[in-house]
Design a protein around this ligand. Sequence first.
Ligand code: NAD
Length: 416
Amino acid sequence: MAEQIYQQALLRLEQAAEYSKAAPETVERLKRPKRILEVSVPVRMDDGSERVFTGFRVQHDNTRGPAKGGIRYHHTVHLDEVKALAFWMSFKCACVGIPFGGGKGGVIVDPRKLSMLEIERLSRRYIREIAPIIGPDTDVPAPDVYTNARIMAWMMDEYSALAGQPTPAVITGKPVSRGGSIGRDDATARGGFYIIGELADRRGWKASEVRIAIQGFGNAGQQFAKLASGAGYRIVAVSDSSGAIHCEKGFDVDALIKSKDKSGKVTDHSEGDKIDADKLLELDVEILVPAALEGVITKDNASNIKAKTVLELANGPTTPEADEILADADTLVIPDILANAGGVTVSYFEWTQNKSSYYWNKERVHDELKTIMTREFSAVHDLKEDRGITMRTAAYTHALDRLADAHEATGTRSDF
Ligand code: NAD
């Protein structure tokens, strides 16, 4: 599976290479990560024993800026998966034009089986092991699956102790009280929401007539539902790992979030009807928002999808075969590297604030995020129209052009 994910990433690169100005040498170089580090992470457990975990840090590319990408704690972490995720980060950062490369880290561990103190010891030791290759100007980690703001604070604290000085810019996704940015909590959803706003303007949509189904009701899904319903869109279906619910007139999203907070399940909510979780993807809606897992839109269900717009807040929800089926059906798939790039964009704001020690207010974070998301969405959409390609290929081509500019600026390309 992990090997397959990496092959899928390379396939996207090859598709974009057909339309990009990138030299074949640049494309070849981007097929391989720049650096891979594997570390063993010994941790003293609460019972006095020692366990040794395996961790990775992969830097895919750092030509446009420091490698950037999260750290994942999961028992299924695999080097090929980390390589693919680092690759995607290079393309995501290039797609929205922020001056970062791509990186990713992971530790093979089931954090649910560790105590809080064990997780702290693991986090501090992992960061010490990868410290030789990270830093504010070389590689800047962030949270990912099963890591959070508190873990980032421990890691920043440990790195600062090693460096002998406070170094908040070494990591993003920190608590606001330790140098995190205001507005990071809903940044991923907000970025996608600004894209939908831009699309609505272009298509003359009336918000109350636009029905939205959201798969996944965690951070990204909930925040998106809140922003979209606040703007008058109808959130008609949501799901989580407990199942899915549907309400044609649109949910009261604040009430839905309250009941999810209380019971942990959307299916315990009193409004709407329970539906089969897989059927959520196939509902008659205008916009489908996968915001949970990868590989959920496949060749088996793509032809049943009725939404004409798919906003990929999740990473990798659509398989390449499904992409082709959706393209044939004229469905606009706004790809993950663009749709969910709001998160890394506000991480970039966090890093710049740490470097300058000047902290922004919420309005500035939102304004600058909106400028970037709408500008890059428009550039990708124009490229799609000009070349007659899908939004995904256009987003990768747009990113690859930027990566090529950076790689080839020190080379001998004749059009410089
Ligand atoms: P999260 O853990 O907060 O939420 C995930 C949600 O998906 C949960 O509600 C969970 O119950 C639900 N889920 C799990 N299995 C499901 C299933 N089979 N069917 C329906 N729902 C299911 O995670 P998140 O931070 O919201 O991230 C969601 C996706 O967005 C991931 O793919 C992540 O990589 C991507 N993403 C998130 C961010 C961010 O800033 N949070 C940034 C970029 C990309």
